[in-house]
Design a binder for this molecule. Structure first.
Ligand code: DQQ
Length: 576
């Protein structure tokens, strides 16, 4: 990294009012919430713009020592519309500075919005944005924008290509379902490849386009991949992962050492499949099972609110990082009232599991810099029917890690063959239903009398000689408000409790709860809008409603400091 770059961004992030390198920031308090307004659901350490609507992360990037996040943004309202690319920068993926918008919808081909897209690094290190423009008829085309000054690590100004639109829908493509270009990569012969999401007759797919110069693109005769069980593919993502280790991979042509992830966003979830990229034939070969095949419907997150995600390779720390839009679960009227809608997930490192059959995810380590007031509980018996309050932290703004030991695994309840849907199973056997090994886990954002509580818990079953571990997030009692969705979510966790403890990490931030089971093997994100369990009134408990005593091996909980997410930086007038 250039030695001058890091201090510049640090100074921007740390000062109350800073004037550094021609930019100015102002700190308004909790994540930009203006003083005087009650904002119980505004987060303290998740990325949010100061106000209005935000959805998909776009073109995340690490460039000259600076992290960039672009995102779908409506500058005028808390509901979707006027899609513009918001732009923020960070030194650490935790503290952010909002910059001017990167793309405004002003050209005829994008008057309906500058939709999602990605960034590709061209040879020589120049970034290019590839994005979808929707015109006033919602005809979608693919477009390019370049930084005005590539030597500026902040990439503050973007210039649209005079060649736009560079790809338009051919006659056999539905023009309103043709969007969201991936990061492009080069094939063996150097030609550029990019995927674009689409649908024909209800069947979701990724089209492959190719180019020698990044400007003239032709569609490959072969569809890159499609699946009849899917709907329209939004925001496809395609990237290599290492088969031995956690390091991220950026080279699409690396032989032998990688598998590929193909992700598509459809029907409100981000699904992925694993396979191999046949560079010579420019094709994708599914390794085991395709999208939505029985028993292996891999999702990044099994909550209902994690969508339109995108990864990028962080060349600084050699890791692949995943961002996603976290939708609201309240009403449109509430969004208008609170003046904003949409969060970004905590960025997650993503890598292939040791078994090679699924992805793992874990919050970026930088988020731990916000931890304070640690509370630790070790080797504590959690008797059947008991509840242990975790005191000494700000429970509405916290990070919790807990692991359990189960002494009586042979007593686990028998798994029925019909219990194939984890979400349904979690709804039927919710947190109030006593079992044998479970439910046990955490009650977060709980009011003191437990009128409100959000339960994240496990149940362990036996299927012949194997144990099946179920991770649930029960929101049915999460809020007294009738105006919010309180769905219960669930996932099976591929761990063997005979060989490893059952662990959970949960990040709580006022109206969002992100849970990572089994060290990141299954994740569930939920939006929660308590009425009583707000701010200082919120409590955190560990609980066991199973019929057997179990043990908390270790619990570590922290209050989380507020991240600095500073408002728009104004350009400083040059000194006279
Ligand atoms: N959001 C964008 C589209 C994308 C969708 C528009 C996914 O480009 O398909 O805001 O949330």
């Amino acid at each position: 990294m250039h030695t001058m770059e890091k201090p510049v961004v640090w100074a921007l992030l740390l000062c109350f009012v800073a004037v550094v390198n021609g930019v100015q920031t102002t700190d308004l308090g909790q994540n930009g919430a203006s003083a005087g307004t009650t904002q119980p659901y505004r987060t303290a350490y998740h990325f949010q713009p100061l106000k209005n609507w935000m959805n998909d992360p776009n073109g995340p990037l690490y460039y000259k020592g600076v992290y960039h996040l672009f995102y779908q943004y409506n500058p005028y309202s808390a509901i979707w519309g006027n899609m513009t690319w918001g732009h923020s920068i960070s030194n650490d993926l935790v503290n952010w500075v909002h910059l001017e918008h990167a793309l405004n919808p002003i050209e005829p081909y994008e008057l309906g919005g500058c939709f999602s897209g990605s960034i590709t690094m061209l040879p020589g290190g120049r970034p290019v944005i590839f994005y979808t423009g929707a015109d006033t008829n919602n005809f979608q085309s693919q477009n390019l924008a370049f930084p005005k000054d590539p030597s500026d690590p902040l990439l503050r100004e973007w210039v649209k290509s005079p060649h736009n639109p560079v790809i338009t829908a051919e006659d056999d493509i539905e023009p309103s379902d043709f969007r969201d270009p991936t990061t492009a990569w080069q094939a063996v012969d150097g030609t550029w490849q990019v995927l674009i999401g689409g649908k024909i007759d209800g069947r979701g797919m990724a089209y492959l386009y190719q180019s020698n110069d990044f400007i003239n693109w032709t569609r490959s005769e072969k569809i890159f991949h499609s699946s009849v069980k899917t709907g329209m593919w939004e925001c496809p993502d395609f990237y290599p992962v290492s088969i031995n280790g956690k390091d991220g991979v950026d080279n699409y042509l690396e032989k032998g050492n990688t598998k590929f992830v193909l992700k598509a966003s459809f029907l409100d979830h981000d699904h992925y499949i694993l396979g191999y990229y046949k560079a010579e034939r420019n094709g994708f070969q599914v390794e085991a099972t395709d999208f939505m095949e029985a028993n292996t419907d891999w999702r990044y997150d099994y909550g209902g609110k994690f969508y339109a995600s995108k990864t990028f390779f962080d060349g600084g720390k050699k890791r692949r990082i995943l961002w996603a839009w976290i939708m609201e679960a309240d009403s449109r009227a509430n969004d208008i009232k609170k003046g904003w809608s949409g969060l970004q997930s905590i960025p997650r490192v993503v890598w292939l599991s040791a078994s090679g059959n699924q992805l793992m995810q874990w919050p970026v380590e930088e988020i731990e810099s916000l931890r304070k007031d640690e509370v630790e509980i070790k080797d504590k018996e959690l008797e059947k029917g008991s509840l242990v309050e975790v005191v000494g932290i700000t429970a509405a703004q916290a990070d919790v890690e807990i692991s359990f030991e189960l002494p009586n695994l042979e007593d686990a309840e028998q798994m029925e063959p019909s219990w194939t849907d984890p979400q349904l199973l979690c709804a039927q056997k919710n947190a109030a239903v006593e079992g044998r090994l479970g439910p046990f886990g955490l009650l977060v954002l709980a009011s003191s009398n437990l009128t409100e509580e959000t339960a994240i818990f496990f149940r362990v079953f036996k299927n012949h000689s194997r144990h099946i571990v179920l991770l649930c997030n029960d929101l049915s009692r999460s809020s007294l408000s009738r105006d919010v969705r309180k769905t219960t979510f669930g996932a099976f966790l591929d761990i063997n409790p005979l060989q490893e403890s059952i662990s959970l990490r949960t990040l709580i931030d006022h109206s969002i709860v992100e849970s990572f089971g089994g060290g990141g093997k299954a994740c569930i994100t939920a939006r929660v809008y308590p009425v009583l369990a707000v701010d200082k009134e919120a409590k955190l408990f560990a609980f066991n409603k199973g019929s057997h005593n179990i043990k908390i091996l270790k619990l570590n909980a922290w209050s989380m400091k507020e991240a600095k997410i500073l408002p728009i930086m104004k350009r400083r007038k040059p000194p006279v």
